[in-house]
Design a protein. Sequence first.
Length: 454
Amino acid sequence: MSLKARKILFILFIFAFLVITPLVSLYAAGYKFTLSGEIIQKTGMIVLDSQPEGAKIYINGEPQQRFFDNLRSNILNDTEDRNILKTPARIKGLFPGEYTVTLLKDGYWEWEKKLEVFPGQSTFAEDVVIFKNNLPLPLSSGEILNSQQSSSKEFLAFSTKDKYLVLGEDEQVLFYDKNSENLESQNNYIKWFGNNQILFDNHLFSLDTWSKPVDLSAYLNNINLEFISPIDSKNIYAIKDNQLVKLNLSRGSVESVLKSEKILDYFAKGDFIYTIEELGGDVFLIVYNGTETIRKIDLNKDNSFRFTNKEHELINIYSPRFKTLHLIDPLDYFGPLKETINNVNRSFWVDSNKLVFYNDFEIWIYNRVDFKKNILTRISDKISTVLWHPSNNYIIYSTQESLFTIELDDREKHTTNHLIKLNNIDFLNMSNDGYTLYFYSSLGKKEGLYKLAI
């Protein structure tokens, strides 16, 4: 090669370096030429993850591929989708604007949402759950009359016309035939005592000695089962003859705890006992330390008031008559009433500041920090049950004929997914990990307990 040719080649290399290096640097810093090629604009990124992983990613209907996979597909005219980018992934180099992002996975419902991309920023959608498109499987036949989940959500208890059932996380079912011991079940009452003992009507069962329930009929005579609560494995609180008593199950003794004109409801927490009492026609919230009255708050004359959400730091008092929920700090002497929420059928706290409540046709979230109430959905069918998904980004709810999910991420909207349509859905519960729903339903002429993997 001549000296002149080498000089020309050297100059070309220098020129290419001076041109390409800034372009590469700009690209690395997140800049690209606009589609018109007239200006350089800073790009953004979408960061995606899903549960489960491995969902194919589409943006504005176009499958997303890594650069070299995309190049190979174009060269070889490869239309197979094996090279489509899957979650988790980062989609870089997106011009600012709105994009329709779709996640697809075989056997699952499609997830889609419009996401806004901003220059030099990352837009995250990492708590996405894609739910299975599945059919329910039967676990037990017969009409379910009542159900209750243990506090740890490890076990589900059910009562039917002729048997008691407990379903564990391993889906092992414990059966007890009521007819075998002539157990009459008029109330179909269920109450968990911790995570190992359960009261079915007047019989106390232990999961360790399931086949040998203890008959408590003699101890629970004239006691409303709705107002009993365990103290420990041998003692329970109860309301008997309008008084609060402590029953020792091993000795069969009854000890008076509080005497009053009429105790409507109560619960114990720490060193205190909280009661709702009717005195002279008025209703009061009373706080006791032992038998000493610490605080007395007038609740007017509504004798339907009952405690709910007893685990929360505020006292939650619900009126079934007026469908109102009152949040009270009984130790605040200047303003104990913190909030009144109207039109409530049921409610539960997700954490210390976030309350989910619902009525026949609406689901709401109340934020205790900013005192805001935000509606999640309003439908025409009556809502039966609402559950909080452990991902903290979804709510599961049921009507008599359908199961739905609502995504709490409100970018664009709260996305609702219709999981399945059935008949006579009732007693909806969810496994601790959020992967399985359990419920009563009737499919054709077959009624009973079903599970749905989601």
